[in-house]
Ligand binder design. Structure first.
Ligand code: ADP
Ligand code: MG
Length: 366
């Protein structure tokens, strides 16, 4: 059994690593010659516009999936004529565009911050709808905080619109959130759904640094709201695979920020921290197998390794630490690996996290 993955980054790499024990092989399609998944999977190195290469890639695959947001929808549609593509290309069209994404969320009754598309001829109209402070974002191609500006005044707003032009833009009200959370759900070909525990996420400079799973101090009320939202998304889209929903907690309310129609950085903890990891469950879902249990095994913290790598011995000296290196060369701001720390209690996780921070000189959360 061979599954094709569009994109050959760390998510494809971890899908491949989860596939081996199930006797599944992964082949990746990526135009960059040093794609890190190529170290563990067969690599088709060609442009996404190369239809002959796409047709060869589709041959003999049980199905095709995708590991990155900004996949070419044309390439997906082309592949879909030859082989099952999961999740379907329609899903990517919606979630590649922050405006269509927020409109979709609203259409299924999931709350978001107020937002409006920016008309380049009359930019202040959108500002009047959402007010200040607000966040100006490009509709497409943003990631890790790129392509967006937080603004506090009308003048700043007009400058941001000018700087981000000529891209199509939207503006959103700034969410006065207490914390950021995310929920991952998975739906299989047969319609079975499983949901992971709510995760608490800490970002710096627009990049995820630390995830705590399950999120702290939840009585179950937030989990139940988030489970309702992700279930509604999975069902309304007839979705197949893992999906992540990023959320802002404002008081007892959860506002949806964005959807990732794929395995997600805030689910990496689940490899060791849940009964079944997100990568295995994504494969189970798209191949029509029964889903694995998503219950946590103790509590976990996931620390992203960004820009530079700590000494391996130091990381491994911390009890409960599991190191994942992606085989990428260091570059500022680049995700090079992650560490999952597992523990039997929140207090033990805190102690281990402090120890890890001392060992590798990381900035600890609060
Ligand atoms: P991406 O993750 O694709 O870069 P996001 O829309 O998730 O884009 O924005 C990145 C981060 O910026 C969020 O995790 C959050 O910290 C902050 N942010 C984005 N939109 C808002 C908003 N409307 N209000 C407050 N903070 C925001
Ligand atoms: Mg985000």
């Amino acid at each position: 059994m061979v599954v094709g993955v569009l994109g050959g980054g760390q998510l494809a790499r971890m899908l491949a690593l989860a596939a081996y024990p199930l006797g599944i092989r992964i082949e990746v399609f990526d135009p960059t010659s040093d794609a890190c998944a190529a170290q563990v999977a067969v690599h088709h190195c060609a442009a996404y516009e190369d239809e002959a290469a796409l047709a060869r890639f589709a041959e003999g695959k049980a199905c095709i999936t995708c590991e990155f947001e900004n996949v070419s929808v044309e390439a997906m549609r082309f592949l879909a004529n030859q082989v099952a593509v999961r999740p379907a290309s329609r899903v990517w069209e919606i979630f590649q565009d922050r405006l269509l994404e927020k409109q979709y969320l609203r259409s299924v009754g999931i709350p978001t911050v107020p937002f409006a598309p920016v008309d380049p001829q009359r930019p202040t109209e959108a500002l009047e709808q959402v007010g200040c402070p607000c966040v100006v974002k490009t509709r497409r191609f943003g990631y890790d905080g790129k392509g967006q500006r937080v603004v506090r005044t009308r003048e700043d707003y007009l400058t941001a619109v000018e700087q981000l032009a000529p891209h199509a833009l939207l503006v959103e009200a700034y969410a006065p959130f207490e914390r950021e959370l995310s929920i991952l759900g998975v739906r299989s070909l047969s319609g079975e759904i499983a949901v992971y525990p709510l995760v608490e996420n800490h970002h710096r400079e627009g990049i995820l640094r630390l995830s705590l799973a399950p999120a702290r101090d939840d009585t179950g009320a937030l989990q139940s709201i988030a489970t309702g939202y992700i279930t509604r998304l999975l069902e309304s889209l007839d979705y197949v695979g893992v999906m992540a929903l990023e959320l802002f907690q404002v008081g007892e309310q959860l506002l949806a920020n964005e959807v990732a129609p794929r395995v997600h950085n805030s689910g990496h903890w689940s490899i060791e921290g849940a009964e079944t990891g997100q990568f295995e469950n994504h494969l189970r879902a798209i191949l029509g197998y029964p889903l694995g249990c998503t219950a946590p095994r103790g509590v976990s913290a996931m620390i992203n390794l960004i820009g530079e790598l700590p000494p391996v011995e130091r990381v491994l000296s911390v009890p409960g630490a599991h190191l994942h290196l992606y085989g990428k060369s260091p570059r500022p701001g680049r995700k090079l690996g992650h560490i999952t720390l597992r523990a039997d209690s929140v207090a033990e996780r805190e102690r281990r996290l402090q120890q890890l921070c001392r060992e590798i000189g990381l900035m600890c959360h609060n």
